[in-house]
Write a protein that binds this ligand. Structure first.
Ligand code: NDP
Length: 285
């Protein structure tokens, strides 16, 4: 099946699909089939992470798909336990080998925790050597982002952060845009929290376009020029989440969705000391 997915241009000229597919919480044993289905549905960008424990399965699906490498956009992330210059290089090699690739499209620092400045130095070198097309960060709040930008040669191409109708980050977007950092939304549906899929305002807007709540949310993010990577293990939802390029939300609809913002995470605060400690102690293979 062929679906034409528009691309954005990152701050180094690299093109990235504005809509991709995330595999967080897809069990390892299910991931090969799920990614195979996603690629068959038309997704070309896949977002995984060392900490998801499913990079090998993603790699098997990529290899079996027969899709030319240059048509794919593959992202993975470096976990906190592996921050540091030498460890970051070693873990990058490990991720690449698990994915069965000889270069990555996007490599992200998963959390602004641990010795991530040293990781960034390693990533800048890997980027310079052509082993990564673009480097970026994830879960960086404005202060951490500005500091990293100020003290390094390369500005992150992407900041992958929690963005959905209940935590919109509209106040953060201008700063990221000013620095040329593209927002990539994680949890575009807030994983269904706060009854997102039955929200009456989103449902009413969807009904007016013959679209589902999920499609309205993805379209709203895309119209904000935010990259999206929804996750689903079900082929019918994979297709549904791709069918968002044949309608447009009006300014009034965008404003009504803007009013849903609660201004706080629906998951946890990355600056909460107890959470920082928990994340920093989490071990991955
Ligand atoms: P999402 O907001 O994408 O929600 C996924 C949930 O929504 C699943 O339960 C899925 O169920 C359901 N769903 C998907 N499509 C539909 C639909 N059309 N209608 C109804 N329900 C639907 O959550 P994620 O946390 O997975 O976020 C997306 C991606 O972002 C992740 O997979 C990961 O790649 C990335 N991420 C990154 C983080 C980071 O720290 N950098 C943190 C969290 C996520 P089902 O599968 O049964 O269809």
């Amino acid at each position: 099946m062929s679906v034409s997915i528009p691309e954005v241009t990152l701050n180094n000229g690299v093109h990235m699909p504005i809509l991709g597919f995330g595999v967080f919480q897809v069990p390892d044993e299910q991931t090969e089939q799920v990614v195979t289905d996603a690629l068959a549905a038309g997704y070309r960008a896949i977002d995984t992470a060392a900490s998801y424990g499913n990079e090998e399965a993603v790699g098997r699906a990529i290899a079996a798909s027969g899709i030319p490498r240059e048509q794919l956009f593959i992202t993975t992330k470096l976990w906190i336990q592996h921050t540091g210059e030498e460890t970051a290089k070693r873990e990058f090699d490990k991720s690449l080998s698990k994915l069965g690739l000889d270069y990555l499209d996007l490599y992200l620092i998963h959390q602004p925790l641990g010795d991530y400045y040293s990781s960034w130095h390693a990533m800048q070198k890997l980027y310079g050597a052509g082993l990564i097309k673009a480097i970026g960060v994830s879960n960086f709040y404005p202060d951490r982002l500005v500091d990293l930008v100020q003290h390094n040669d390369i500005t992150p191409a992407v900041n992958q952060i929690e963005v959905h109708p209940f935590f919109q980050r509209a106040d953060y977007q201008p700063l990221l845009t000013e620095h040329g950092v593209r927002i990539e939304s994680w949890g575009p549906f807030a994983e269904g929290k706060n009854d997102l899929f039955t929200n009456p305002i989103l449902a009413k807007i969807g009904a007016g376009h013959g679209k589902s709540v999920a499609q309205v949310v993805l379209r709203w993010l895309i119209q904000r020029e935010v990259v999206v990577i929804p996750k689903s293990v079900r082929p019918e939802r994979m297709a549904e989440n791709l069918a968002v390029f044949d309608f447009e939300l009006t300014d009034d609809e965008m404003t009504r969705i803007a009013a849903l913002d609660l201004g706080t995470s629906q998951f946890f605060d990355h600056r909460d000391p107890a959470m920082v400690k928990w994340l920093g102690g989490r071990r991955v293979d």
